[in-house]
Design a binder for this molecule. Structure first.
Ligand code: FCB
Length: 422
């Protein structure tokens, strides 16, 4: 009798896709992003986005049909608290229906409380730099916990504080468009992490079964020329600022850690400015063969995911890959990306790393912030003329893996699909 080979992923490993409210819902009119879009301060308007606010049930049908058993999404603070202290009960009722719709389809909700956008009033009052920002956020978290706590176990407080601070306060191309304000960026990260810790305590108090995490942007940072001491030093420093310190500060509020992983960052010393810390350093020779990039110029580096998982395993917390995906119009590359990154997750698991789930970014093409609608990240292709969605080949490959828990089955599916297209 032949026994089946061991699965790459156990039955209780969570597979799903991730989205964020402003990027998919549409008409997020009370948010700081919407205001900036209308004022022409951002190059693209989100408009109706993917109309997911109306179409969520059919989108969850799609996710369930793809064999997913979990789904990451965010609730929109600007909808729930459109004016200070004024809670919109209809908005909360909407999100109760959303959570019910997920559960009815066997999709475990992973709910982010804040994913980059802020209520316009909160932004006007200083955003994360206001003295009472963490307290305000904690009150909002309590409102959501009370409304959704019977339907949600897995919470993410905030999404990617370091990315937000970098774009909004250093690069300055996201609201509130503060360029080169490194001191402010540092204070914003600190405030968001304080808000995370306080909200986590509140979630635990109100929902004793809550499992609280954060979505940490976890780039794989490495020196461009390892033989060069200065390159090694700046890589160490950048990694300290972008990975070590924020996760250490988030730790007291964590039952698990969410890692958003996309790319490798090669870093080299530059004599002037702060580009070594905040600048992107995607190009340049590294002597390690041909390099591949996403349409956004992010370097594809699957081994980086394995490295990041192993490194954060030392925390002793369950890990989830809360985002991973590729902006491309090359479907074969996207399929390869999925398989190569999932292989890294399986290898890390085989080495004893406690990774419990994986979320592809994203379920469908959506509004990619300052880059607008051009980048294509979806399992589903969105046709923005009429908001119809069409599954891409990658969705089928991922489905095969979700259903069989086997990477070999995914590889076979990918080969068969490539054969059909040839
Ligand atoms: C992450 C964001 C997410 C999406 C992806 C591509 O940094 O969390 O909203 O934009 O990048």
């Amino acid at each position: 009798m032949s026994s089946a080979p061991p699965a790459d992923f156990p039955a209780d490993f969570r597979f799903g896709a991730a989205t964020a409210a402003h990027q998919v819902e549409g008409d997020n009119v009370h948010s700081d992003w919407w205001e900036a879009e209308q004022a022409g301060r951002l190059p693209h308007r989100s408009g109706a986005a993917c109309r997911h606010h109306a179409l969520y049930a059919e989108d969850f049908d799609r996710a369930a049909a793809l064999g997913h058993d979990a789904h990451r999404l965010s609730v929109e603070w600007a909808r729930i608290e459109p004016r200070p202290g004024r809670i919109d009960r209809a908005a909360l009722d909407h999100y109760r229906r959303v959570m019910t719709a997920l559960r009815e389809r066997g999709l475990e909700p992973f709910v982010t409380l804040q994913h980059f956008t802020l209520p316009a009033w909160f932004a006007r009052e200083g955003g994360w730099l206001a003295a009472d920002a963490p307290a305000r956020f904690t009150r909002y978290a309590a409102v959501v916990a009370e409304a959704l706590g019977d339907r949600v176990t897995f919470w993410l407080t905030v999404n990617e504080p370091t990315v937000y601070a970098k774009r909004a306060y250093a690069v300055g191309d996201w609201p509130p468009f503060r360029h080169g304000r490194f001191g402010e960026a540092r204070r914003v990260v600190a405030a968001m992490l304080e808000a995370h810790r306080r909200a986590a305590a509140e979630l635990h108090r109100l929902c004793p079964g809550a499992r609280v995490g954060i979505a940490h942007s976890a780039p794989f940072v490495t020196p461009r020329t390892p033989a060069t001491l200065l390159d090694r030093l700046v890589a160490r420093l950048r990694d300290l600022v972008l990975n070590t310190l924020p996760v250490r500060s988030a730790r007291p509020g964590l039952d698990w850690l969410g890692l958003n992983y996309y790319a490798r960052q090669l870093v080299h010393w530059r004599p002037r400015g702060t580009a070594w810390l905040f600048g992107t350093d995607w190009t340049g020779p590294d002597g390690r063969g041909p390099r591949r990039f996403s349409d956004l110029g992010w370097e594809i580096w699957p081994a980086g995911l394995g490295a990041v998982l192993r490194r954060f395993a030392a925390l002793g917390l369950p890990l989830y890959v809360t985002e991973n995906g590729l902006a491309t119009r090359d479907e074969a590359l996207r399929v390869r990306f999925l398989l190569d990154h999932l292989r890294e997750v399986a290898r890390a698991r085989a080495d004893g790393v406690d990774v419990r789930g994986y979320f592809w970014w994203s379920l469908l093409d959506n509004y990619e912030w300052a880059e607008g609608f051009a980048p294509r990240f979806g399992l589903y292709e969105t046709d923005y003329r009429d908001c119809t969605r069409r599954p891409r080949p990658v969705a089928e490959v991922y489905r095969e893996i979700c259903l069989t828990r086997s990477l070999a089955a995914g590889e076979r599916r990918a080969t068969a699909l490539a054969g059909t297209e040839a």
